[in-house]
Structure formats: C-alpha cells, structure tokens
Design a protein. Structure first.
Length: 235
C-alpha cells in the first residue's frame, strides 16, 4: 500500500489492482494530474487503505486474488457512497449491469489509456463536487416517502431507502421538476455528463432500479412515470 506525495487540497484517488506495474504507472499519471494517489495490490489492502484515509474516488479492478472487485465494491457500498470507477478486462453487458446494480459510477475496459481514465475520473469528481455545493432545498414528500435533497437521503415511513450516488442524482433531477418530462438524452447530460449522451440504456436501467426501490408496485409506477416517446417525469 503506497501513497504519492501529498498535495494539500488535492482529491485522493485510491487505486486497487493486483498488477504492480499498472499501479505504478497510474500513480504517476494521477500525480501529474494534480491528484493524490494511494495504491493497494489486493482487495483486503484496498479496504484497509480506504478505512485509513479520506478517499474521494476509488479505481477498482474486477479480477484480483483474495478478494475480487465485486466483493470490495459491496463492502464499500455498505459504509460509503464514494464514487467508484471499475477497471475490467471484460466489457460485456452482464458485467456492466452487475456493476451498476452495485453502485458503480463508471467503467473503463482494459486496455485503456491514462488520458481516458483521468478524463473519466475528472468527470466523476466534478459531478460529486457540484452535488456537494448545491444549496439547501426543502424536502420533497409523496405520502410517507420523503426525499431530502440537502442530506441526500430518502426515507419511507422513517425508514432509510439506500440509493447509490447515481440513483440519487437521477431521482433528484426528476423530483426537482415534478410533472416536467425530461428526455433520456437530457437526463444523461444532467446526471452522467455530456460525454455519455449516447448511452440511453443507462437511463432506462436506472429508472428500473429506482422503481424497484421506491414504488409500492414497480410494474405499475405512480412516482416515476414514462411519457412514451418523450421521456420520464416525477409525478
């Protein structure tokens, strides 16, 4: 477990991968991009590094000995909403679906360029910073469902409903403008960023996840509705 020299105020990126050569290379590029890098060679050390440091984003490999990336992600999501960027040698749909269900913010398929990785890291950190700087807003209530946009918390009858960071961002964008239909393309830009404007399936997938968690009957939603041919809106 190693850390790059500390730059006061710089975001801290934890990279967990069993390839020491790749770790060394990424640590150098991360430092050049004015971030602080912490590296760990397996999932167990990675979790320890996360608990021991203030981490702003985790770059996590899927295939590792001792503890794979999926398990590490599950452990992280039990205690934190920290953004996670997954590295995977397999870019198939099943892996992406599994990752998004676990709360992954983005994927990068190996082999990748350092420029691509850092561009995605920058986009994720920018979204996180923007969310943290949003002004206080009044909670939104729908029956016993309360959406607290300031504390980024959703409850039903006082019981917390756990949402991933991306799920909450999508819900917030919809809930802030009730009755206003937003296209999948508009939601992509507002929730994921302009570089994702062609990945419409992300929106459909996350609308499904939100309905599973928020609707009393997900097959007949009453909160998050579809305007066929146009987009989605919050009732």
């Amino acid at each position: 477990m190693k850390a790059s020299p500390i730059n006061p105020g710089a975001a801290t990126i934890l990279v967990i991968d069993d390839d020491q050569t790749l770790l060394n290379l990424l640590a150098k590029h991360i430092a050049k991009a004015d971030y602080q890098a912490i590296t760990a060679t397996n999932g167990i050390l990675g979790l320890q590094a996360f608990y021991d440091n203030h981490v702003d984003l985790v770059v996590l490999d899927v295939m590792m000995p001792k503890m794979d990336g999926w398990t590490v992600c599950e452990r992280l999501r039990e205690v934190s909403a920290v953004p996670i960027l997954m590295l995977t040698a397999k870019a198939d749909e099943r892996d992406r679906l599994r990752g998004f269900r676990l709360g992954i913010d983005d994927f990068v398929a190996k082999p990748f360029s350092a420029a691509e990785l850092l561009a995605r890291v920058g986009a994720i950190l920018s979204r996180s910073k923007h969310s943290a700087q949003e002004p206080s807003l009044a909670p939104i209530a729908r029956g016993d469902l309360i959406i607290d946009l300031t504390d980024r918390r959703v409850t039903r009858a006082g019981k917390v409903i756990h949402l991933t960071p991306t799920e909450f961002r999508l819900l917030a964008v919809l809930a802030e403008r009730p009755g206003h239909v937003l296209s999948a393309e508009a939601l992509l830009v507002q929730v994921w960023g302009g570089e994702y404007q062609d990945e419409v399936e992300n929106v459909k997938r996350y609308i499904h996840y939100l309905r599973q968690k928020l609707e009393e009957d997900p097959a007949n939603p009453r909160l998050i509705l579809t305007e066929r041919g146009f987009g989605y809106f919050f009732s």
